[in-house]
Design a protein around this ligand. Structure first.
Ligand code: PEP
Ligand code: MN
Length: 264
């Protein structure tokens, strides 16, 4: 169902008026994790000022260590919803438990399925059973074919509003947190009719690479870019080494605005 052979024309996903896949560039920006109302509000204000519609933030955080901050859970989703409504933004947030999907669609505009859950088939089925766009991230060690099959799981249950997100894969290279598989973008665009985004934060794990990698993503045809923004990354409860502060985010957007013709 996701194959371009089945449907030659691009799928366009309407998220509160933002039409992902329409040939323009879309940005998904926000903190790694929701930490407080004030923290998200500060980021939302900056995001809004740059004309961006999609606000991200993790409420359920899939952390490597059980002792690390696990997210605010439902309270985090409530904070996101409240702020998104205040700023007229759309919420993109990760759901990790199939049993949470029904409840979460009340708060989120896009269900994010994270890299660690790309092959959580029960979660994929649950996301496929609801009428809500899904942002599906590529697994840490997933082949492109496995990634496409994960999208097929969602689509086959009836939900065709899927955005694919390349977020870097595990390789032997240690200079970056993951290796951004830039070739995945044109391959996914050729093989499927779904929109494709690139997460420059988790793929690189390096603030100094966000601008060049975002340019690379757009140069090879990505429909959008995801990155993390925090008012004070040094004290962030997760991904403190790689989130942008507000000034860096503004510079990032100004640089990309010079590079792309138009976004929204
Ligand atoms: C995220 O986007 O919040 C995240 C945890 O990313 P990933 O699933 O790609 O590691
Ligand atoms: Mn993160």
């Amino acid at each position: 169902l996701v194959s371009r052979k089945k449907k030659p024309e691009d799928t366009i996903i309407d998220i509160k008026g933002e039409k992902i896949g329409n040939g323009k560039t879309h940005f998904v920006m926000g903190p790694c994790a929701v930490e407080s109302y004030e923290q998200v509000a500060e980021v939302a204000k900056a995001v809004k000022q740059k004309g961006i519609k999609l606000l991200r933030g993790g409420a359920f955080k899939p952390r490597t260590s059980p002792y690390d901050f696990q997210g605010l859970g439902l309270e985090g989703l409530q904070i996101l919803r409240q702020i998104a409504d205040e700023y007229d933004l759309a919420v993109v947030s990760e759901i990790v438990n199939p049993a949470h999907i029904e409840n979460a669609i009340e708060y989120v505009d896009v269900i994010q399925i994270g890299a660690r859950n790309m092959q959580n088939f029960e979660l994929l089925k649950a996301a496929g059973d609801v009428d809500k766009p899904v942002l599906l991230k590529r697994g840490l060690s997933a082949t492109i074919s496995e990634f496409i099959n994960a999208a097929e799981y969602i689509f086959s249950r009836g939900n065709g509003n899927i955005i694919l997100c390349e977020r870097g894969i595990r390789t032997y290279e240690k200079a970056t947190r993951n290796t951004l598989d830039i070739s995945a973008v044109p391959i996914l665009k050729q093989e499927t009719h779904l929109p494709v985004m690139v997460d420059v934060t988790h793929s690189t794990g390096r603030r100094d690479l966000l601008v060049p990698m975002a340019k690379a993503a757009l140069a090879v045809g990505a429909d959008g870019v995801m990155a993390e923004v925090h008012p004070d990354p040094a004290v962030a409860l997760s991904d403190s080494a790689q989130q942008m502060d507000i000034q860096t985010f503004n510079d990032f957007m100004d640089e990309l605005d010079r590079y792309v013709i138009s976004h929204s």
